[in-house]
Design a protein around this ligand. Structure first.
Ligand code: ACO
Length: 307
């Protein structure tokens, strides 16, 4: 069985739910997919806070649709995790008990409307860098979920960029709002890719299994190289004096973010960590009657079919 698993990976074929897989491979997938799913759901909060305060009907409709897309991404991912034998309810309980993580980026506040644009541009931009290679991940259901997620994330990134471009063509005050937001989100966006490769306990094994296709540092570099020309086009400054083109490497050099800050946020000590989980817990409790009603309905439908 092990040989068949290894041979499938060596051929570059996918592992599917009914195939034999090592327990550690399954556990790693559940860990990563669950963290990813939780990120999508918790990620609805920072932007969702602006739906009722969006400056126009068009901006409100776009933001509403975007936040709904994130809920959909969470559902595709929980479904992918279910094919590995873990239920959505089980994963949600673990998140609420603080036993599973969600992306560090969503533990930061969104005090300014420009943050809606910056999240679209930088955060969804970073998510695309990370997730496009995951369309080729070795586990079938995860890779297939990623294809649709990436299409929608690309649209989200464009709407963020367009929002910021509109603000940059506005008043001095609007331009200052954009710059202030970019100054706050730049470093947390770099942290989204995880710790440096040398301090990443999971990368080597996940790469060997084809779960991850690139290392954290390679994806971070790709993101920086992709973002610099976009920042120039927007007319914003990325807040790093060490950010320079390195002709010899063919990449930009840049200052690494504060890794102690990432470690603290991952531990659950981010600026909004407690608030995000409390909100999620409340939403889960408020939804209890919907879950009960759905189960009662399903039981009755089943009884009708049987009878
Ligand atoms: N936020 C929270 N936790 C993180 C982060 C982060 N930015 N980066 C790393 N970690 C955690 C890892 O989950 C791991 O914890 P665990 O072993 O207790 O589960 C630990 O820190 C060490 O990191 P790595 O060994 O580098 O972990 P891994 O190989 O899983 O790489 C990464 C981390 C790159 C985030 C990977 O899991 C991944 O690609 N996930 C899928 C993408 C994703 O989750 N995106 C969510 C945000 S995007 C969005 O929703 C807009």
């Amino acid at each position: 069985m092990q040989e068949q698993f290894e041979a499938t990976l060596a051929r570059g074929d996918r592992i599917e739910p009914r195939d034999w897989m090592p327990d550690d491979y399954r556990a790693t997938l559940v860990r990563q997919i669950a963290q990813h799913a939780h990120s999508e759901i918790i990620g609805m909060q920072p932007e969702g806070a602006w739906i009722s305060r969006a400056p126009s009907l068009r901006r409100k409709a776009t933001l509403l649709a975007k936040v709904q897309d994130e809920a959909g991404h969470g559902l595709y991912l929980y479904s992918a995790a279910e094919t590995l034998g873990t239920s959505r309810g089980e994963l949600t309980e673990k998140l609420l008990a603080g036993r599973q993580k969600y992306s560090s980026i969503f533990a930061y506040p969104t005090p300014s409307y420009a943050d809606v644009g910056t999240i679209g541009w930088l955060v969804d931009g970073a998510a695309i860098c990370n997730q496009v290679p995951l369309c080729r991940t070795s586990y079938g259901p995860y890779g297939r979920a990623m294809i649709r997620v990436c299409k929608e994330e690309s649209f989200h990134q464009r709407q963020g960029f367009e929002l910021l471009m509109t603000m940059m063509q506005g008043t001095d005050e609007q331009r200052a709002m954009v710059q202030e937001s970019v100054d706050r989100f730049w470093w947390p966006a770099l942290m989204m890719f995880g710790p440096p490769d040398a301090d990443s306990p999971n990368t080597a094994r996940s790469m060997a299994w084809g779960i991850k296709r690139d290392t954290n540092d390679d994806l971070r570099q790709k993101f920086v190289d992709m973002t610099v020309p976009q920042a120039e086009r927007l007319g914003v400054r990325l807040p790093d004096d060490g950010l320079v083109w390195n002709e010899a490497r063919g990449h930009h050099d840049f200052t690494p973010p504060d890794w102690d800050e990432l470690a603290a946020v991952v531990r659950g000590d981010g600026p909004c960590s407690a608030e995000r989980l409390a909100h999620r817990r409340r939403a889960h409790e408020d939804g209890a009657w919907v879950r009960e009603a759905a189960l009662a309905f399903a039981a009755r439908a089943e009884a009708d079919r049987a009878g």
